[in-house]
Design a protein around this ligand. Structure first.
Ligand SMILES: CC(C)(COP(=O)(O)OP(=O)(O)OC[C@H]1O[C@@H](n2cnc3c(N)ncnc32)[C@H](O)[C@@H]1OP(=O)(O)O)[C@@H](O)C(=O)NCCC(=O)NCCS
Length: 410
């Protein structure tokens, strides 16, 4: 009989050993210490078979930008079940406990990044943002259709980065839904570590900001580099891996992309997890030089309290309709509800009349940040439209000026 309960501090190292086992990982001492410190700051739930820890899950205490608001949002991480106990409902037990607890604590949404896309839909999570991998052939200067901002660029020491770029990142978050806030610890331990956890050949992080001296910065780029590999047939050019690039204006973004593409002794820029509507894809003059090489579901979102989530966000256009919501895990969300929303806010309460749209809570989660259209899900047979035009009306109301996006994998 497996017992689901909180994991005390004394068991954190056992939880880490379990995670390293299932993720086929053997991190260095410094990374283990970082993981330990991270788990100390997280909510922790474990599955115990007697005294043996056979399942584990942690949740960061995050805030997530949603249209017009910033909501408390547990960010699930380190989800793992021992190979001896898989497919017996251990994950289901931990997830149910985590979702109930977060809902009771007044957190309307939860989020995670999935190692496999097939796992979390059954728990009501929907893929809410898309990431794109963008590669630049930087063996020649980056060709641009706009003039880059010519204010000065300067390097920032990673030690000072949180103070210099932290406030800029926090302000930029409000401009795009789907972005988690970062504590100084998350900045330090997940973005600015000397050694990259996935590729030890990469340099430490380098940070370049743009702006006049004494003025607030207008943008920044965080990148790491790897020297060219000249050996044998598998020659590869020096690489610039862009971890994050934020800019106030397209001209600032152009200057920062131009700068990383011009780094000496490199011939390729690779930026993982860019937004699908990245302005770079429009202002690059040669789309053979700047290519999207992959697209993938990024942040998975769960509406734990649908009413609280829908009434907290802003709405782009007026809409009034009855939703029939299915939620197999959290019954308070299930039923027929009248949504009345518009630029001045929203109400959401039980309704008696027939439904205009019927959908599962995972579909609502996929559309909540504005990254998926209800009409697409109607076309896919996943949402039932009982009143013609209802899906398009809801799409108009959910729409956001830019696509939701985050490259902040936790
Ligand atoms: C993924 C993992 C946590 C699942 O744990 P588990 O205890 O075996 O899951 P459960 O028994 O509660 O499974 C619940 C359901 O999800 C399904 N499921 C579980 N893992 C799945 C996967 N990787 N792909 C597809 N379906 C999966 C199960 O078949 C089951 O389906 P059912 O309800 O129709 O019977 C576990 O296999 C694991 O630790 N994997 C390695 C680490 C990992 O990938 N973690 C996720 C990080 S985001």
């Amino acid at each position: 009989m497996v017992d689901i309960r909180e994991v005390p501090e004394a068991d954190i190292d056992r939880a880490l050993e379990l995670a390293y086992l299932v993720f086929h990982d053997r991190p260095e001492k410094a990374a283990r210490e970082r993981h330990h410190a991270l788990l100390l700051r997280c909510d922790r739930i474990g599955a115990y078979d007697g005294d043996v820890l056979v399942g584990f899950m942690a949740a960061h205490d995050l805030r997530l930008s949603v249209p017009g608001a910033d909501l408390p949002c547990p960010g699930l991480t380190f989800v793992c079940v021992a190979p001896t106990h898989r497919r017996r409902g251990v994950l289901t037990g931990m997830m149910t406990r985590m979702m109930r607890r977060a809902g009771e604590a007044g957190r309307p949404i939860a989020a995670l990044w999935a190692s496999e896309a097939a796992i979390y839909g059954r728990f009501g999570y929907g893929g809410a943002t898309t990431g794109a991998t963008v590669e630049i052939d930087s063996t020649r200067p980056l060709a641009l259709r706009i003039d880059p901002d010519r204010r000065p660029l300067r390097l920032v020491d990673p030690e000072d980065a949180v103070d210099v770029i932290g406030p800029f990142h926090e302000a930029a978050r409000a401009g795009r839904p789907g972005r988690p806030g970062r504590s100084p610890e998350r900045w330090r331990d997940e973005w600015l570590t000397e050694q990259d956890e996935e590729d030890e050949e990469l340099s430490p992080p380098r940070i370049i900001v743009l702006g006049d001296p004494g003025e607030p910065i207008a943008g920044y780029v965080i990148y790491r580099t790897k020297p060219a590999d000249d050996g044998g047939a598998a020659r590869s050019p020096g690489l610039v891996r862009v971890d994050e690039l934020e800019a106030d204006t397209p001209a600032v973004a152009a200057a920062l992309w131009e700068c990383v593409a011009a780094l000496d002794l490199t011939g390729k820029v690779s930026a993982w997890g860019r937004p699908a509507d990245d302005p770079l894809l429009h202002f690059a003059a040669d789309r053979d030089q700047v290519r999207v090489t992959a697209q993938f579901p990024a942040l998975w979102l769960r509406l734990l309290d649908v009413r609280a989530a829908l009434t907290a966000r802003s709405w782009a256009a007026p809409v009034e309709l009855v939703l029939e919501v299915h939620d197999a895990r959290l019954p308070d969300n299930a039923g027929r509800f009248r949504l009345k929303a518009g630029p001045h806010g929203a109400t959401y309460g039980h309704a008696d009349g027939p439904a205009d749209l019927a959908l599962d809570v995972r579909e609502l989660a996929a559309c909540y940040l504005g990254g998926t259209r209800i009409t697409e899900l109607v076309a896919a047979g996943l949402v039932q439209e009982h009143t013609p035009g209802a899906a398009a009306a809801l799409d108009d109301a959910l729409r956001t000026p830019v696509l939701p996006h985050t490259g902040d994998e936790f």
